[in-house]
Design a protein around this ligand. Structure first.
Ligand SMILES: [Zn+2]
Length: 467
């Protein structure tokens, strides 16, 4: 029997708005290790005669920039753990792709090139990514295989891990080295404008599966990138893992051209408008309003009360706010019924002085009633996007006419309600009104920041242009 091959798994995943005042550090990241990390990836490596060493996987709720010192410390720890394993045949890296660290233009490129340096030139590195991630030459030249989510909202996370793991295993066991190619596409829109469940992205992403059937092609991807980090690298991209460079380059260009040609059709599938528009739109049936500029799952702070202020003026409607992050309001409610809400974590916006009619505490949340409005105040920044989040607080959505969530496109659970929904273009660290967000560092021409017609995709292997 052949000697077992050795691989390691690990990485770091978050999305950082450069417009958020709130830095991320140790407190924000959860660490997945050992059996939990193997369960997360859930790939039968042992059936392929491969021995796996789980390193660690750091993950946070998206937020602001990562503190430089913390980033360096975690990266160094990751590299030390790789060094301690000795010779590795492969590494499966789990990354998101939209980190922002002050003073480092390309944090993922920095991390991945350090991994390459530690693992040596012969180690096969397969990268698993979010389709809201950023790509650079530095990333591509240091990896051998790439797979990103093909659904947004993301329902193919495990499937994506499996695609990256499967390419890694084949390359190791069949002793070949795949090629990764990419094209930058000068389009940068929000996730809400590029949902894969509606056109034009639905068809563009479905086509990726067809391209994967071509000879010499292993995995085709389209990344829409991340719009709320004002960085030079910010761009959409096509990425193709292949064994046939000519076919790979052809498809890389084709995916880039398809997305570019559809750019003017990229728009939210929900009705959008200001908070006032949202109030005028409200129907008598159960409706959902997404407070999109302060959405914590995209990097928003989650403590703004702009929508609450507007809806409290219509206090005759049974409405549920889930949730607003405020440790100070939570602490105030522990001792009395008067509290202040808004801007606690630096998200800005109005400050409200309020008085609770009643309050109960559960799961690190204060659930407050004021007339017909119920507000969930969470001690920490967090989303309330799943049915479980409401059930845990003994809240029944059917008791309300309006649900206000801090969200962009609705989560699969909320979408399954088929309720009327409105995307409020509110202020915050992830403002969907792209025309007004600060744009100092995106120094290449990029749609919709600039409108132009001439774009010819170029294909790079990370070292030089191949087509
Ligand atoms: Zn994403």
């Amino acid at each position: 029997m052949l000697a077992k091959k050795n691989i390691a798994i690990g990485g770091i995943s978050t999305e950082c708005s450069s417009y958020s005042p709130l830095f991320q550090n140790k407190e924000d990241f959860r660490t997945v290790r050992e059996q939990d990390l193997l369960d997360l990836v859930d790939f039968p490596f042992s059936e392929h005669n491969i021995n796996v060493s789980p390193l660690f996987f750091k993950k946070s709720v998206p937020g602001g920039p990562i503190e430089r010192e913390y980033f360096d410390q975690v990266k160094n720890q990751f590299i030390e753990e790789i060094n301690a394993l000795g010779k590795l045949d492969g590494i499966l890296l789990l990354m998101h792709g939209a980190m922002y660290v002050e003073g480092i233009e390309d944090p993922e490129g920095d991390w991945i090139s350090s991994v390459r340096l530690a693992a040596g030139p012969d180690c096969i590195i397969s990268l698993s990514y979010d389709l809201h991630g950023q790509i650079t030459d530095k990333i591509i030249k240091n990896i051998d295989a790439f797979a990103a989510f093909k659904t947004a909202p993301h329902i193919d996370v495990k499937e994506t891990y499996r695609r990256s793991a499967s390419m890694l295993v084949s390359a190791i066991n069949e002793n070949y080295r795949p090629i990764v190619l990419w094209s930058s596409i000068p389009v940068l829109v929000s996730g809400e404008m590029s949902s894969t469940f509606v056109e034009p992205c639905k068809t563009i992403y479905e086509n990726l599966d067809q391209y994967n059937n071509e000879n010499g092609i292993l995995d085709c991807n389209l990344l829409v990138g991340y719009v709320w980090a004002d960085t030079q690298r910010a761009t959409a991209s096509s990425v193709v893992t292949c064994t046939n460079e000519i076919m790979g380059a052809k498809l890389c260009k084709k995916i880039a051209a398809n997305y570019w040609n559809s750019r003017k059709d990229l728009k939210s599938d929900m009705q959008t408008g200001s908070i006032d528009d949202a109030l005028l739109w409200l129907k008598s049936d159960f409706s959902i309003v997404a407070d999109s500029g302060d959405n914590p799952t995209a990097g928003g702070v989650g403590d703004r009360v702009d929508v609450l202020e507007a809806i409290l003026k219509h206090s005759h409607i049974d409405s549920l706010f889930a949730g607003i992050a405020s440790k100070s309001a939570y602490d105030e409610l522990k001792i009395g019924n008067e509290f202040s809400l808004g801007g606690t974590f630096g998200g800005g916006g109005p400050l409200l002085k309020l008085k609770a009619d009643s309050v109960y505490f559960k799961n690190q949340c204060a659930v407050v009633s004021i007339s017909k409005t119920v507000i969930v105040i969470s001690k920490i920044r967090r989303p309330f996007h799943n049915f479980k989040d409401f059930e845990e607080l003994n809240l029944k959505l059917s008791d309300f006419k309006i649900l206000v969530v801090k969200s962009g496109y609705l989560s699969p659970d909320l979408q399954s309600l088929s309720a009327q929904s409105f995307l409020a273009l509110t202020e915050g660290a992830v403002n969907q009104n792209l025309a007004i967000i600060e744009n100092k560092h995106r120094n290449k021409k990029i749609y919709p920041f600039q409108d132009f017609d001439n774009f010819i995709p170029l294909v790079s292997d990370g070292v030089s242009l191949v087509s």
